[in-house]
Design a protein around this ligand. Sequence first.
Ligand code: MG
Length: 309
Amino acid sequence: MNDLSVVDRLHGIAVGAALGDAFGMPLEFKPAVQIQKIIRTLTPGRLPVGTFTDDTEMALALAESLQAVHPLNGTDLAQRFLDWYRRGPDDIGNQTRSILDSIHRLKDWEKAAAESLRFRPDSAGNGSVMRCWPAAIAWWNCPPQLIADSALQSRVTHPHAECVSGSVFVNVWIAGLIQGKTKQQAFEQALSDVEMPPGLRLAVEQAPSLRREALANSGWVRHTLQTAAWAVLTTSSFAEAVIQAANLGNDADTGAAVTGAVAGAAYGLGAIPADWRAQLHGEWPVRSGKTWFEADLIALTDRLAQIQS
Ligand SMILES: [Mg+2]
């Protein structure tokens, strides 16, 4: 246990996730950076330096849905994801695009999810774990709702059991950190509390002892959870966790976003480098002309945190 304030940790989750996303953005789709050449600062890529991407945009859609209707309503969330998609985001995952097309066609997210499970039963991308953190901010002190809404936000676009339980796992881990457990204690508690398919459980349990070369950091939810577990548990600062995750390349922004959410809960906002925080930004809503900065993420977090009080 330590005495970081809950508020500092809650702010750390939102800012940490968005910064992990922005740090990984220029490294996405690239091979892992050689260990001697590790990149330690925010850099520009296809977007300007410090810009967050779809990982954070979809999290903001979830956050706004939770604020509007709580407990979470799948139809409201699906509508917000569709609105985001219609605005033409720079980035969208293949699985997310496909299911949002289905929701638009079928006018029913549950039918689209059932169709996805029937025709693409092995589709287990990381698109729901990358954005699940707002449910942890809203419900960290209310375990039944934390579990229910973490799972529901996944089922709307990623109904595969590994995506659903992976989202619950991340948020239960984050909730334990907010309560003041150590990184390791909270990790072990989440492993014992959250039901997971055996393959996912094994992958997550093994992650902290993997060598860097063994981390694929692909778009598979299993790989993203491995990255986050490895990066958070084998480093001792927010910055180092995000640096290690993002420098794995491949799905760098998503691996680093999940890492940033968890590390933000572990170390709090005050431990996140000030120069990184000052560079963080993104357009929200997409194509609205409005730019979001750190202060907007903090204000959003404060609104979300009021839901359970
Ligand atoms: Mg992205």
